[in-house]
Design a protein around this ligand. Structure first.
Ligand SMILES: [Zn+2]
Ligand SMILES: [Zn+2]
Length: 448
């Protein structure tokens, strides 16, 4: 999925600080169990969820979603800066001397026509850059993230007598295109606001039942790179191949040779993927074309493996072109989309262990699973890769209706994945669990 970089058109100077509003009365958690407290907020949170679900906005276009996040945080009493790094929102709540804990939620939807059949399904459509009408859907569950985020903010304010420190709530746009975290950091997220001592986030998971949480220590999500390769040749008549240098044949060799990067070049102990997702060349049966274009996605965890993949692609494509007899001026071009590069998410092990312990206290040990790392990408990883070297942890929030989960285990039929038009999390239980897990984690990080 590619979207035009409309972010550039948003003036950077729109940041405003909204009035601080002292909103809700404070109670101690000793007097009230957290789950009971969250339950009281559920009707309001469910309303917020269905509103967000029915009004999704694409990456770089999250104007109304961002405004709603700013409004919710302002009402809770946060000092709010909006339109920060695009449609980013930062809410600061200072509650005495203590650690700075940042909680992040992403806010963008995806160009998908929703097919869940739910009464609250999104019916929003838009016109893309090719003039096609596309649907918009929160197919990655960012509506769950936002609702859990507001729910946790509310609980932490409500129980502010139980902790000391600075709570930093960050609603981040444009996650799906890998642009939002980058833009907010570049705008000065860690210099214009207090520098966090830890950054936590959650992502809904389409393979874990609602009510449970998954924690990964160390690498959790992958480095992602998009690479274009243009393979050149000398075109001509399909009946006279000896008078040409056929780029289709070179491309075929190249695609196969690239498979040796993960299988023969990178250590078998370093997970990595080289996928050629697109190959285009030629126009007709009997014409040998002048070029073939390949589009690749690369995945890895270790930053050195990422460098190794890119270097190997450059070397292999060039070597095959030379072996085909192409002159210097017809060497292949390898273009790495640096603007779309996402580094891996490394859950700092000490912080991940604390997050796990907190969530186990809140939900019970049997509701916390040790999740495997995945090769998907998340720009959350960037918050841990700045010069401040801040420990980060993103945990998985189970989203599958427990009965559907069991039925899928029984039948062997796969559940709809994230980004599927049929992905419909069991939102009341998922949100309630997300708020509890996030609130308890933040509170423990303040009190450690
Ligand atoms: Zn996504
Ligand atoms: Zn997502």
């Amino acid at each position: 999925m590619k979207l035009p970089a409309r972010f550039a058109a948003i003036p950077a100077s729109l940041s405003i600080t909204l009035a601080l509003v002292a909103a809700i009365s404070s109670t101690s958690l000793h007097a009230e169990n957290l789950d009971a407290s969250v339950m009281k907020s559920m009707p309001k949170l469910e309303q917020l969820y269905t509103h967000l679900h029915q009004n999704p906005e694409l990456s770089y276009q999250e104007k109304n979603t961002s405004a709603r996040m700013a409004k919710e945080l302002t009402q809770l009493g946060f000092e709010v800066t909006d339109n920060f790094g695009g449609y980013g929102v930062v809410g600061i709540f200072k509650n005495g001397a203590g650690p700075v804990v940042m909680i992040r939620a992403d806010i963008d939807g995806l160009p998908i026509i929703e097919q869940t059949g739910k009464s609250y399904a999104s019916k929003v459509t838009t016109v893309d850059e090719h003039n096609n009408t596309v649907g918009i859907m929160h197919g990655c569950g960012h509506d769950i993230h936002m609702t859990s985020f507001i729910g946790a903010a509310e609980q932490l304010i409500k129980h502010k007598s139980d902790w000391k420190g600075t709570l930093m709530m960050v609603a981040q746009p444009a996650e799906e295109v890998g642009g939002g975290a980058k833009a907010m950091i570049k705008e000065g997220l860690f210099s214009k606001f207090p520098t966090p001592d830890s950054v936590i986030g959650l992502h809904v998971n389409a393979g874990i039942p609602a009510g449970k949480v998954g924690v990964v220590s160390g690498y959790a999500l992958a480095n992602v790179d998009s690479v274009d390769i243009t393979i050149k040749g000398k075109g001509g008549h399909g009946a006279y191949p000896h008078l040409t240098i056929d780029p289709v044949v070179i491309a075929a060799r190249t695609v196969l040779a690239l498979q040796t990067i993960p299988s023969r070049e990178v250590s078998p102990l370093e997970p990595n993927v080289v996928t050629v997702g697109s190959i285009h060349g030629g126009s007709k049966h009997n014409i040998i074309s002048n070029e073939v274009k390949l589009q690749l996605t690369l995945r890895s965890y270790n930053p050195e493996v990422r460098e190794q993949q890119i270097a190997a692609i450059k070397r292999i494509t060039k070597g095959i072109a030379i072996s085909a007899g192409l002159p210097d001026e017809l060497m292949p071009e390898v273009y790495v989309h640096q603007d779309e590069t996402i580094p891996s998410t490394y859950n700092e092990p000490q912080l991940a262990a604390k997050v796990q312990a907190s969530i186990e206290t809140e939900l019970g040990k049997n509701n916390v699973v040790i999740a495997p790392p995945v090769m998907a990408g998340e720009d959350f990883g960037l918050y841990g890769r700045t010069e401040q070297n801040i420990p980060i942890t993103l945990f998985w929030l189970g989203g599958v209706n427990p009965e559907q989960y069991q039925a899928s285990l029984d039948s062997g039929e796969a559940l709809p994945s994230l980004h599927s038009s049929k992905f419909a999390p069991d939102y009341p239980l998922t949100i309630r669990t997300g708020v509890r897990a996030m609130t308890r984690t933040a509170m423990d990080l303040f009190n450690q």
